[in-house]
Design a binder for this molecule. Structure first.
Ligand code: RP5
Length: 178
């Protein structure tokens, strides 16, 4: 599934609700990682959209996306990027919608470059930063769901159910030899 396909299939979920969360990434090559955020939001019934927005290749699109995010109803933006990963910080500079940064694992430096680029924001413009790679993408989605849970009880219930299933699964398989 490509980012565009995911956007088409999920931007209206559930029941064609407008997106509450935007998932953006610096390149189509980031989708392999960022699909884990989309999958979690999909599973929790969080309406979301997915876009490629590059800070350096399409800076005008980045500005427009950030400028319109709050008015379009986005309540969180999950932004994934690799290397000199300035996408999350630039988005945060242009919108007060919370930005959740996902460092994509880069080839040259294994994602340490992405992590430091995103986490080391100077005081004044915060970006919440998650783990490098797939775990970070999944956790950013769970965090976005937690942010939304209080105003959207159905999302809160789905999140609680997910956590309970996860706990039950560990308890049901607590002997690693089996
Ligand atoms: C960043 O550069 C993207 O976020 C991606 O992780 C990285 C490499 O991009 P491509 O060269 O694969 O398009 O902007």
């Amino acid at each position: 599934m490509s980012p565009a396909q995911s956007s088409a299939s999920s931007s209206g979920s559930p029941s064609n609700a407008p997106p509450l969360v935007g998932i953006v990434m610096g390149s189509r090559s980031d989708w392999e990682t960022m699909q884990h955020a989309a999958a979690k939001l999909e599973a929790l019934g969080v309406p979301h959209e997915v876009r490629v927005v590059s800070a350096h290749r399409t800076p005008d699109v980045l500005f427009e996306y950030a400028d319109t995010a709050a008015a379009r109803g986005l309540r969180a933006i999950i932004a994934g990027a690799g290397g000199a990963a300035h996408l999350p910080g630039m988005l945060a500079a242009k919108t007060a919608v919370p930005v959740l940064g996902v460092p994509v694992q880069s080839k040259a430096l294994n994602g340490m470059d992405s992590l430091l680029s995103i986490v080391q924001m100077p005081a004044g413009i915060p970006v919440a930063t998650f783990a490098i790679g797939n775990a970070g993408a999944a956790n950013a989605a769970l965090f976005a769901a937690a942010l939304l849970a209080w105003e959207h009880p159905a999302i809160g219930a789905a999140l609680s159910a997910f956590r309970a299933r996860q706990t039950d699964d560990v308890l049901a398989h607590d002997d690693p030899r089996q």
